[in-house]
Design a protein around this ligand. Sequence first.
Ligand SMILES: [Zn+2]
Length: 184
Amino acid sequence: MRIYVASLSDYNAGRLHGAWIDFEPEDTPDGIWAEIEAMLQASPEISICQWCGNDEAGQHIGHSYMGGIVEEWEIHDYEGWPDGMVPSKHSIEELVTISNAVDEHGDAYLAWMDNTGDIDPDNMPEYSTYEDAEELGKMWYDGMYGMEGLDAIEYYVNWKAFGESLMVDGQYTEYGNTIYEWYG
Ligand SMILES: [Zn+2]
C-alpha cells in the first residue's frame, strides 16, 4: 500500500513536487511523517526567496534572503488500499493502523472493516470461515444436532439455500470467496 504525497506550495507555483511513500509492515506514524517531511524539505520552493523570488545565491537588494516555508501537503494518488477506501479521508495514524492490520490479519480484517466500518484491529472479534453457504449450512446443522443428525438428512436438504438464510444475520459477512462468522 502506498500514497503519493504532493507539496502544495509547489503545486500552487505550478510545479509538481512530491513522493510515493510506501507503508511497510510495522511502519509507525512517526516514520511516515519523517518521509513526508523529507519530501517537503527537498522542495525547490524552500530555496526561493519569499521576498524577491531569487534563489539563495542571487541578489537580494534591500533585504536579506528569506527562504521559503514548505509545510502543506496533500495525498494526490494512492495504490493498493482496500477496495472503496480513499486514503485522503484518513489521518496518517489511521493509514498506518489499517496497513499494519492488513499485513497482520489479511482478508479477515478487510471483511470485518467492510462489515463494521471500524478500523481498529483490537476491536475485531474471533471468527470462523466457510468456503460457501452450503458448508455454512451443514456446519451450523452439525453444531446444533451433531453428525448423526446431519448424515440422516444430508441428501434431502438444500444446504446452499439454508446457509444463505442464516447469512441474513449480521454475524456473517461474505468477503472475497469466503464467509466469515464473527463471535461475540
Ligand atoms: Zn530576496
